[in-house]
Write a protein that binds this ligand. Sequence first.
Ligand SMILES: Nc1nc2c(c(=O)[nH]1)N[C@H]1C(S)=C(S)[C@@H](COP(=O)(O)OP(=O)(O)OC[C@H]3O[C@@H](n4cnc5c(=O)[nH]c(N)nc54)[C@H](O)[C@@H]3O)O[C@H]1N2
Ligand SMILES: Nc1nc2c(c(=O)[nH]1)N[C@H]1C(S)=C(S)[C@@H](COP(=O)(O)OP(=O)(O)OC[C@H]3O[C@@H](n4cnc5c(=O)[nH]c(N)nc54)[C@H](O)[C@@H]3O)O[C@H]1N2
Ligand SMILES: [Mo]
Length: 695
Amino acid sequence: MHCVDAVHFFKERVDPVEFKYSVCPHDCPDTCAWKIELSQGRIQRIMGDPLHPVTQGVICEKAKYYVERIYGSDRVLFPMRRSGPKGSGQFERISWEEAMNEITQRWQTLIDKHGAECILPYSYAGTEGIINKASMDRRFFNRLASTQLERTICSAAGSAGYQMAYGASRGVNPLETVKARFLLFWGINVLETNLHQAMLANRARQNGAKIVVIDIHLNKTAKWADEFYQILPGSDGALALGLAHVIVRDGVHDLAWIEKYIQGFKEFNEEIKNYPPERVAKITGLTEVEVVKLAHEYGEAHPSFIRIGNGFQHHENGGMSTWAIACLPALTGAWKDQGGGLLKFNSGYFPLNKDAVERPDLLKSSPRVVNMNQLGRALTNLKPSIYALYVYNSNPAAVAPEQKLVLEGLAREDLFTVVHEQVWTDTARWADLVLPATTHVEHADLYVSYWHGILQWADPIIPRQGESKPNIEVFQELAQRMGFQEACFQETTEDIARSALMTSALQKQGIDLERLKAERYIPLEMEELPFIDHKPGTPSGKIELYSERAQVLGLSPVPTYIPLVEGLETEDLEHPLMLISPPHHLILNSTFAQIESVQSRWRGPELEIHPEDALVRGIHEGDEVEVYNDRGSCQLKAVVRKSVLRGVVVTLGVWWPRDYEKGIGINALTPSRLADMGNGATFFSNRVEVRKVYE
Ligand SMILES: Nc1nc2c(c(=O)[nH]1)N[C@H]1C(S)=C(S)[C@@H](COP(=O)(O)OP(=O)(O)OC[C@H]3O[C@@H](n4cnc5c(=O)[nH]c(N)nc54)[C@H](O)[C@@H]3O)O[C@H]1N2
Ligand SMILES: Nc1nc2c(c(=O)[nH]1)N[C@H]1C(S)=C(S)[C@@H](COP(=O)(O)OP(=O)(O)OC[C@H]3O[C@@H](n4cnc5c(=O)[nH]c(N)nc54)[C@H](O)[C@@H]3O)O[C@H]1N2
Ligand SMILES: [Mo]
């Protein structure tokens, strides 16, 4: 061996590798614990923490590309001011001092002229870290009394529907689901969107359990299941009520349990008489035999577990569908068994002091509220006008419905737009000022999960890139410059985390920030038998199959099936197809869409269309097609496949508008109508037509 080689060899061997830990911050149920390999202070590799009870050393494919997100050439590193026309992407570097002065001066001028309601914040769950998701920002916009944002883009309809029955946001501890004998994944692509739940289901299957999927799309999860029921979009409520019909008709229900724990069985029982299998078969596209079989298999298995996904919550009837599904374990008494019942969300297991964190008391007036699904309308139609928009933790140019209006709004010369971002999204390109944001490995935060019950803490593990700052610091500075005197605007991440954890429930469990920092993650107490250990939070203290609250809201007091306004039962000859656009496994909402490793594995935006629907339109595999309706149009490549039912087309993933031909994304087509409950999103209740594009 040469001398030089020997040195090189030696150097390679001793290059110190160290491991640090963090938490995946994304809007995903799994909230994974990361083990990170660093060399010379630089992140080399991201892995799942093998010791974390839920992560168990496994993370999804996209998170492995995180290194590219952190160090990529498209990071926003410095404050930038627009130097060309809006949307041109031309920016010049400025200092934080200049940026902060410009924002506060322009806001002050606008407030003097139009009042603080001319300012609109726009954020969602870019990070799930409590501090940088919703703390100082909420305090700031409360104190400012700006227009308030109703954050309903995800699962608001279903949450409201679940609350009707249970008055709580908790259900089965996912770790218990290994005990289930029958696992029903309803409207959830669990292999792609909740990977660790699929791992737990695999363990249940090894113990003899059956896995069943109900979806509109033959996706990866449907192929993995033991049985797949492919239904028409938005028909879930009818299916659930049909299953209830058969369960009660055939005596599979548990009357003793119902008498003790249920309110409104009598009224519910009247309603389900309207859903015999022959009617439900017509609405759902299943056969009568399938409806009866599923009802019996579900009703007779113990423990039986239903994982409620987001698929049907993105329809106008999403609230009612969720309520109807949520009634099923109440009929069969599935909650009696460990691992039996439902899991829609488990955020209710984290007893944090939200008011201390967000300070709603700082809001002294009742400013108007804009629903985040209707950003496009708010920017183009609302009177008095919005003159300033502040975006963080979200990429509305890609993810919000009615994209044409959103982009028209962002293009307004008289709208002052500030975007605080980690990367150069399309939204950032439309901004007047762009501020650089730290990623979660550059700042500290406190994490909850809406699926598992483990509280986590993550310290920063690398230096901040460029001049990036976390959300909390930017809002501290803005508050100071706006002259807000309240002491809460000076609180640090740790101060806020401490007050978040200051609740009697956590104190009883011996949890405080010092312990959490030392242990990094602490499993919280979860109910062994939800809604038996503690009563539901409904007014009656029982599981409500009949709800006076629903009646007060002008809704049916029992779950019912309401056909979609833009569904397959609607007369609309010009737009005969339904377009569904659920997540893609390589991206998370629109995050990761631009990074090279993802782009190189992606075949471009695709549209799955049934062979018969393709044939009548003269469409062949690989053709460029235009999907259109009265809201807009978008170009994709056709994939002709029986993975979709006739009348339904599917495209996976919300890619950035710039990735589609003509710079218009899939949300150009989606509606901003609101769902039946919770003012939720209706992305999937969307009629379209498709035609071949001839160059
Ligand atoms: N890889 C990846 N993971 C993610 C995300 C991501 O973008 N990518 N996003 C995260 C976020 S924010 C969320 S909210 C969750 C969402 O994840 P999920 O809860 O899985 O919800 P979706 O993927 O929107 O829809 C799930 C399935 O419902 C189907 N579906 C659509 N309409 C209907 C219907 O009417 N009835 C039925 N039964 N099924 C229907 C879709 O085809 C899809 O296969 O995933 C999170 N995890
Ligand atoms: N057609 C269609 N549209 C959809 C959906 C669908 O299924 N189909 N799904 C909907 C759903 S369920 C959801 S939840 C929404 C999600 O929509 P969004 O919440 O907008 O999610 P992302 O697209 O991931 O954008 C988050 C952005 O926040 C930035 N970010 C991350 N961390 C930080 C931080 O600490 N500070 C700052 N300032 N920025 C940060 C990221 O870089 C990223 O650009 O999309 C919805 N849109
Ligand atoms: Mo979501």
